[in-house]
Each structure stands twice: as C-alpha cells, then as structure tokens.
Design a protein around this ligand. Structure first.
Ligand code: ADP
Ligand code: MG
Length: 726
C-alpha cells in the first residue's frame, strides 16, 4: 500500500522494512566474557593499580571513606591506559542534572606538545573534577548566570565505563554536579548524601542489637522498567510522539488490551532481536539485566536488572533508558519511555524494589531464621511503616510529573493515595504486636520466636497485590508509583532519608529505654514496636487499592490523596519535609526550594508544549483532512441531488458539527495558553485545571472525526497501526 499522506507512506515503509542491522551473534551473547567487558571494574583496578592504591580506593568504594587525593593521578593514568586499549579517544564526565536526563561533557585525551605533536593525557585532577559550561541546566535560582560555574566531581563508588559508538568510544566517568558554593545541582549528590545518612542510622540499630561486626549498610534497588516499542516510521509521522513523547490524538482501536493476550505472550521476533541486542549492550556495561517479558498493553514490554547498590542502580537505570532508545533505533523502532504514550491502554511504570543491607548482616528486610533476626527484621520493617506513614505526601511528591498524572489512579497503576501492602500474614503479625504481643500464631509454616512475646513470623510473606503503591514482597518493598521515564534518584533519596529518620528515632528511643542495659532490650523493642504500629498502622492496607471504598476509607484514616502534580509538589515546600532533609544533610532548604521550583517549571513546560502541539496538529493536519472530506461529501451530496436522488446528509451534518467543535476547541485552547500571571504554582494550576481540559476538548472532536473521515485522507498513524503493525 502506498499513498500520499505521511501516514500511508509510513505504513508502506513499515511493510517494506528489512532489518538493516546484521544478525546478532548469539554465542557471543551468552559468553561470560561479555559481562562487564566495558567496565573499569574492581578486578580491572586490582590488576592495574599498585597494591596500596587499590586498597585505599577499595576502602573508599566499600565504606564511603574519604578519598585519598594522593592516589588520583595513579588511578587516572591506569584508567586512561585501559580506556585507550579499548579504543577510547575521549573521556566524559557524566552527570545527572535536574531535568532527569543524563548529561555528558566530552574532552579529548590529546594534549598538544611544543613539538607540534600531541600526547594522550589524563591527570588526577581531570579525573576528580570537571567544569562543564553548564549555565543552561536548571538550578532553580541557586546559580545565577553570572556565577554560572558548576563542577562535576568524580563519584568513586560508581565504576567508570566505556560507551561504544560506531565512530569511536568514550571513557565515561560518573560524577556529581554541584555549584561553586557546593550546592547540589543534580540527582546524584543528594542520593549519595541519603545513602550516607541511612548507613549511619542502620549501623546504630545493628550495634544496639548486639552485632559486633557491622559492615557498611547500603540501600539496594532493583527497578522494573516498562516501555513501548513502535515502528520508527509511525513515530516520525506523529509530531506529538516526536515532540511530546505521547500521543495527543488517536481514537481507541476496536481491539485494545481487553483480550489480555499480550501479557507474558510470545515476544515477536523483531522485538526479541531488539531486546537481545539491548541486553548485549547492557551486559558489556556490567548491568545485570535479567528478566524480559511482554507487558499488559499491546507493544508494551518490560526489562529488569538484578538489584544493586542503589547509587549504582540509579546510574545503571539511566544507561538502561538510553540504551533502550539507541538500540531500538538501530532496529527501526522507537522506544517510548513515557508514562502514558497511548490513552486507553495501560501506561508504563518503573517499579522500584528497595531494601537495605550489608555484607555482615545481609538483607535487613529479610525475615530471617532465628528469633534474633526476626526482631531485627521487625524493627526495620516498622521503621519503613513509620516513615511511609509520616511522609506519604513526600513519596507522592517524588513521583509527581505531568506524565505520571495520566497514569496514577487510572485503574492500571496505584492511586495517588500512598499506603502499604504487607500481605495478610505479616499484617497479622503487626496486629498482634499492636494488641500487646503474642506467643503463638494460627498460621501454618511459621517460624517460632520463642524467647519473647514477639509473634511468630510467616516464612513466606511474599503474597501479591498489584494494586498497592508500596508493597512488601517477601524481602523488600516495591514502590510501584514510580513513573517509567523517571530517574530513580528522587524516589531513592526520599526513601533513604525518611527511613534513616525512622531508624534514628528507633535507635534513640531504644537507647533511652535500655540505658545501655542489653537485658532490657527485648521489652523495650516490644513496647516501641507497639507504639509505632498503633500510631502509624493506618498506612497499612491489604485490600483493593483501585476500589472506591478504599478512597473513602483512606480519607477516614487521614491519608492524603494528592491527585495531581499540582497537589503533590507543594509538599516539597512544607516545613516537615525541609526539616527531615536538612537534619540528615541531604538537601538544604535552598536546594529543596530550587527543586520544588524546577519541578513546577517542568510541569508547566511539558503541558505548554503539549498544548501548542495540539493546536498545531489540529489546525495543520486534522482540520484540513476533515474539511477535504467534508467538501467531498458536500459535492457528492449536491451532485446526487441534481440527479434527482435523495441523499441522507447525516454524516455530513455530523462532520460539519465536529469540524466546528474542533475549530472552537482549538481557539479556546489557544486563548487559555495566553494566560499569564501569578507565581509558579498558580501558573501550574492554570495548566492543570484549564489548559489540560481544553486540550481534551480538541482531542474529543478530533478522535470522533477519525471515525468519520475517509481513511485515505487521515493524516496521523492510528492507534491500531502503531500498536499492532510490527
Ligand atoms: P516482580 O515482577 O514479581 O515484581 P521481578 O523479578 O520482575 O519481580 O523484579 C523484582 C526486582 O526486585 C528485581 O530487580 C530484583 O533484583 C529486585 N530485588 C530482589 N531483592 C531485592 C533487594 N533486596 N533489594 C532491592 N531489590 C531487590
Ligand atoms: Mg514488580
């Protein structure tokens, strides 16, 4: 099929598609050598660095000890040699500005000599600090243009790696990005600070519990990334996807996801080739991607790595998002990471599995086998319950975005009310604690605590509830409200910090109650857990989070329901949030304020871009197509009448009415865009309450027209085509 509209040309291009990339070498894919081949790993460092230097560096990486500045030159030289062996010509400080994207500044290794030649050079100071010309990254007022300098600082704890490009490779160094005053301009700096706070407080608890040897405690994260893949030809024929990453028009296809024939179904060959290729690239970068499957919506998929240290997982997640996009393009497809690229079918999330642990005590949210471990588990679990209840507004705020608004609470993702799913057995355990402890449990297959009055623990508390925004899944919590295009850093910073605060509270209370007398610990723990669960148990809910009854119930329990971004972001400006971030040195008041402002600005920019696109597409694509068909029909109508036939003008009437609606809607939308005034929040509210509904009005008329206008005139690839032609 070929035709004149961009849409029809796209369809014929897809039909003629022949994969231009060479077939993958599957033997290479399964090879162990591939994994981490492009990473300046511990093993590589050990091989290349003098013993003392390696020891010192390892200590910094594993315990967060201060980096010895004396070793930077040696490390830089080893890193450079390794990179040049891998064909690198440049190095880049990679950083994570508040746009949520990944930024990199490339510099050549080459340095000119006085003899008119050049030598490859990479010094310790070049490794440790960079100065990107970064005046146009958002700083929310922290950095005025006259003091535009921002610095990148080497994050020793996240390994350097080689990024391959068809035309050369680059040594990439993960860095933090700060202003000249030392204030965070990025997502990594507060993440590192929050990891530190969590370690300090978790160590206190573990020592209180009598552990002698306590290794550095880290947060761990395992993100499950959902995404869509569609043919690139369709992508290019849709200005909305191209510029806003979501479709702003498109009638629901006759067949959507209602057959549920996509979920975990066979993966189409072309998509599988793309996935294998993506995995191969990620393996080289040492990213342990493990699972892949079809998701619920047509053309929707998921990729998930095995969990890692949260800071590394966050860096890796950025690389996963980049790689998904890059490799898809190689396969003639576009990867859509937006939270809601298509109305009417499921959107995409990024379930964030979170826990904390270390090498001496293991996963601290693992129920464990001994009474002692059980007590430890209950303390950490209670700390999370308290934290989530106290700061549910903050957790809502860190997943707030214009994109995620289309997904949260839409019966495909958790509602905006933050609650915790514990599973019936574990919820029962906490009920017993609340009631004053228990010595037995009716539940089968449980572990006996024995020594005290803490209730017995179920062996496998990992039952499932897909509707909860925050679920305990056996040995970790799964934060399901996170959006698919989001950086992991925001949610991680919030979780680490609020749990650190709860652990601090618990450690302090236990210290007070026992006065250092270990024999009083059991009783003190039981009393404290009872208090915590009495005060904060309201956040636990095991039922259907999608139901209307839960919304009522949640309101009775006093749980906030911050429906949209404009309701949620103001939480970042509350004193409670400022206090907790300030207290643990994660974000100063000024840093927090700047984030609040930047996220509001991003919201405004996103909706405003979308609205302008709606106007443009409605005027220049849909209106002309509709009018052409309208006049075709009118001519036919007149001709037939002249010949003496009666011609039913129903369709013409409908189209005429819809064309008017489209025109009126577009004019009204344009007017709503002209509004100015008020502060950032007022402006954002205007976009949320007035502009978005005006956009929907235009869409309604256009989507209805799609069902009337002749197929050969319709300009935009339809949902049916984008989701089902592969
Ligand atoms: P499901 O779809 O059933 O939720 P998946 O296997 O897709 O499960 O994803 C589970 C994720 O949780 C994986 O990334 C896994 O590595 C991660 N995970 C497991 N244990 C932990 C832990 N202790 N801390 C953080 N993440 C974890
Ligand atoms: Mg999951």
């Amino acid at each position: 099929m070929s035709g004149s509209t961009a849409r029809l040309q796209a369809i014929s291009a897809v039909t003629n598609f022949k994969a231009s990339s060479p077939p993958l070498n599957f033997h290479e894919l399964s090879s162990h050598d591939l994994f981490g081949a492009n990473v300046f790993s511990m093993g590589e460092m050990q091989k290349r660095l003098p013993k003392q230097v390696f020891k010192s560096l390892k200590k910094t990486i594993e315990t967060g000890a201060k980096l010895d500045p004396g070793i930077a030159d040696v490390v830089a030289t080893a890193m450079k040699e390794w990179a040049i062996e891998k064909g690198a010509t440049h190095y880049a400080h990679v950083f994570y500005p508040l746009t949520g994207l990944t930024a990199e500044k490339h510099d050549s290794f080459l340095s000119p000599t006085s003899e008119g030649r050049a030598v490859a050079e990479f010094t310790g100071s070049q490794l440790v600090q960079g100065e990107p010309d970064a005046s146009s990254f958002p700083s929310g007022g922290i950095r005025a243009t006259f003091e535009a300098r921002g610095y990148t600082a080497w994050d020793v704890t996240s390994p350097a790696y080689i990024l391959e490009n068809p035309n050369g490779t680059t040594l990439c160094i993960p860095t933090a990005f700060v202003s000249w005053t030392g204030e965070a301009l990025d997502k990594k700096t507060p993440l590192l600070r929050s990891m530190k706070a969590l370690n300090v407080q978790a160590q206190r608890i573990l020592k209180l519990l009598g552990h002698r040897e306590v290794a550095h405690v880290s947060a761990t994260a395992g993100p499950e990334q959902e995404y869509f893949l569609i043919d690139r030809n369709f992508f290019f024929a849709r200005p909305d996807l191209l510029n806003a990453a979501r479709s702003l028009f498109g009638a629901k296809p006759p067949k959507g996801q209602e057959f549920e024939d996509q979920y975990f179904g066979a993966i189409p060959d072309r998509v599988l080739a793309c996935m294998l290729d993506t995995e191969r690239e990620l393996f080289k970068l040492g990213i342990p991607v493990k699972t892949r499957h079809n998701e619920v919506a047509p053309a929707q998929y998921e990729i998930a790595p095995v969990f890692e240290n949260a800071n590394i997982a966050a860096d890796h997640q950025q690389l996963i998002m980049l790689t998904l996009k890059k490799v898809a393009q190689k396969h003639g497809m576009e990867c859509l990471r937006h939270e809601k690229p298509f109305a009417g079918v499921n959107g995409s999330g990024k379930h964030l599995n979170w826990s904390l642990g270390n090498s001496t005590q293991g996963n601290l949210l693992d129920p464990g086998e001994t009474p002692h471990e059980n007590m430890q588990f209950l303390i950490f679990c209670a700390a999370v319950i308290r934290a989530v209840h106290k700061h549910s507004g903050l957790l809502r705020a860190v997943v707030a975005s214009a994109n995620n608004d289309h997904r949260l609470g839409a019966n495909e993702a958790p509602p905006a009310i933050i609650s915790i799913f514990l599973g019936d057995q574990l919820a029962d355990v906490f009920e017993q604690i609340k009631a004053g402890g228990a010595k037995s449990s009716k539940v089968k297959g449980t572990l006996t605590v024995g020594v005290d009055t803490l209730p017995v623990l179920p062996k496998d508390a990992g039952d499932r509830n897909r509707t909860s925004p925050f679920a305990f899944t056996g040995n970790r919590f799964e934060f399901r409200a996170v959006g698919s295009s989001q950086s992991l850093a925001g949610p991680l910073v919030a979780l680490n910090t609020i749990v650190a605060e709860s652990l601090d509270y618990i450690a302090t209370e236990l210290d007070k109650a026992t006065g250092g007398d270990a024999s009083k610990l059991n009783a003190a723990v039981q009393k404290l857990l009872q208090e915590i669960i009495t005060k904060h148990g309201a956040v636990i809910f095991n039922g259907d989070n999608y139901s209307a009854a839960w919304h009522e119930e949640a309101e009775k329990r006093g749980l906030p329901n911050l429906k949209a971004t404009v309701d949620a972001l103001p939480v970042l400006a509350t004193p409670e949030v400022a206090e907790v971030f300030e207290k643990y040195g994660v974000l100063s008041q000024r840093e927090l304020q700047s984030r609040h402002d930047i996220y509001l600005e991003q919201y405004i920019k996103t909706v405003s871009t979308e609205a302008k696109l709606v106007v443009e597409i409605a005027r220049t694509m849909i209106f002309p197509a509709a009018v052409r068909y309208q006049s075709e029909l009118a001519v036919a109508c007149t001709n037939l009448k002249t010949l003496g036939y009666t011609f039913d003008t129903d369709t013409l009437d409908t189209i005429t009415r819809l064309v008017k609606d489209l025109q009126d809607g577009t004019t009204a939308l344009e007017k709503s865009l002209a509004h100015h005034g008020g502060g950032l929040l007022d402006e954002a509210k205007h976009f949320s309450n007035t502009v978005l509904p005006a956009m929907l009005k235009v869409r309604e008329a256009a989507d209805t027209l799609e069902g009337y206008v002749s197929d050969d005139l319709w300009p935009l690839p339809t949902y049916q085509e984008m989701l089902f032609i592969k």
